[in-house]
Design a protein around this ligand. Structure first.
Ligand SMILES: Nc1ncnc2c1ncn2[C@@H]1O[C@H](COP(=O)(O)OP(=O)(O)O)[C@@H](O)[C@H]1O
Ligand SMILES: [Mg+2]
Length: 400
């Protein structure tokens, strides 16, 4: 990468001087704007690789300036760090809502600031959602449970089937619950099938080999099963730990062979799951409307946030949305300080019937309320994937 260019927006001349000095010493190129309005203009005209945005400025504050940059098509990608005056949850939420990627509070430690800049620049260069190569292959979407039993496996499997059946996509659905995978129950499959243990243990995994390890399920999706028992699950963890490339390589092959790799994750925040978060293009955090779930979602969002992911990589899915829990969507959104992007209906009868018969909802009862809700969700995902790809493509202007 050429010398990264950093735009500093602040009306405090002292801060400007300190930042320019620190950044130049580190070898960055700097450009300066002394108020928010100029900052917005320069964000678009100078095309910086990163922006340090002062929060409190007299002419257009940093939050508004950030939101204005984000609302412009050219400004959706650039990492923005808000430099704020006080550390508070409200300020942080405000910064994130405006579209900032990170926030740092004055007086800041120079090394910490540099570390955050470095992390964001690296992330932006490698983030698969934002990578320049649109045709790099299929998308990886991960479903992460805010808590056990919220319906993550149900949603992952049925979204996969909907993408295959309704939208005619090539789909692999992968059970990453290494200890207690449920796919064999949900899909009525036996213990004798190959699993992720085989896929991750194969040093020369390629598309042909991968094909021998997936189950072609009658619903139209290919399935990569979880290990048959918890001990075999440990093999996967050890292998992924000893050779992190093995998981990366597996997902590279699935990207190549499928339009969508749908991953059903376990709740653990461990190395294996962190790597999955990293590889995923979209992370759907699945939740229900109850207090312990909301608490977990908050913690998960904080964790994902501290990993520096772009805000639009993480989305919330409220399952059993119309169940009578005493907490509604508005309460949940207020408690979380952000919006919940997707809702899936509560439909106990269909969900239970599917489990007992071994025929997933989207193949056995696609016209049920839950089936319709799940196919609508799959359509939204496809729309979003297309929109993300469009955002990365240079716009073609046709003159008529
Ligand atoms: N939208 C829904 N409406 C009714 N029941 C549901 C719904 N989604 C999931 N369930 C039921 O909730 C239980 C837990 O679902 P599961 O997918 O195994 O959750 P998780 O993978 O998060 O532990 C299952 O009995 C399932 O049938
Ligand atoms: Mg599950």
């Amino acid at each position: 990468m050429a010398t990264p260019k950093i735009l500093i927006v602040d009306d405090d001349l002292n801060i400007q001087r300190i930042l320019v000095f620190a950044l130049k010493q580190e070898g960055y190129e700097t450009v300066l704007a002394s108020d928010g309005e100029t900052g917005v203009q320069m964000a678009l005209s100078e095309k910086p690789d990163l922006i340090l945005m002062g929060a409190a400025m007299s002419r257009l504050d940093g939050y508004t300036a950030t939101a204005q940059i984000r609302s412009n098509e050219q400004g959706t990608r650039v990492p923005i760090i808000l430099v704020s005056e006080e550390a508070s949850v409200q300020q942080r939420v405000r910064a994130l809502r405006a579209g900032a990627d990170d926030e740092i509070v004055k007086p800041f430690n120079r090394l910490e600031l540099l570390a955050r800049i470095k992390a964001l620049l690296a992330r932006n260069a490698t983030d698969p959602v934002l990578a320049a190569d649109v045709d790099a292959g299929g998308k990886i979407i991960a479903f992460y449970p805010a808590k056990g039993g919220v319906g993550t496996t149900t949603i992952a499997i049925n979204t996969a089937i909907a993408l295959a059946r309704v939208l005619q996509k090539r789909v692999l659905v992968m059970d990453a619950n290494l200890q207690f995978g449920d796919f064999r129950v949900f899909l009525d499959l036996g213990l004798d099938n190959a699993s992720i243990v085989n896929a991750i243990s194969e040093p020369d995994l390629d598309g042909d080999l991968l094909r021998t390890m997936v189950v072609h399920h009658e619903t139209g999706v290919d399935v990569l099963l979880a290990p048959p028992n918890p001990a075999a699950g440990d093999i996967v963890v050890e292998r992924a730990h000893a050779a992190p490339d093995s998981l990366t390589n597996l997902l590279k092959e699935t990207r190549r062979a499928y339009d969508y790799t749908v991953i059903d994750m376990s709740k653990a925040i461990d190395d294996f799951n962190l790597q999955l978060f990293d590889e995923a293009d979209l992370i759907f955090v699945v939740m229900t409307a109850d207090l312990s779930c909301l608490k977990n979602v908050r913690l998960v969002l904080e964790t994902l946030d501290s990993l520096g992911y772009q805000r639009n990589k993480v989305e919330l899915v409220l399952n059993r949305a119309n169940a009578n829990t005493g907490i509604n969507l508005a309460n949940a959104e207020e408690a979380l300080g952000r919006s919940v992007e997707f809702q899936i209906l509560n439909d106990h009868r269909t969900a239970m019937g599917a489990l007992n018969s071994g025929a997933p909802i989207m193949s056995g009862r696609p016209e049920s309320p839950l089936g319709k809700s799940l196919s609508a969700f799959a359509r939204e995902i496809e729309k979003e994937t297309i929109a993300a790809a469009q955002r990365r493509k240079p716009r073609v202007v046709t003159r008529g």
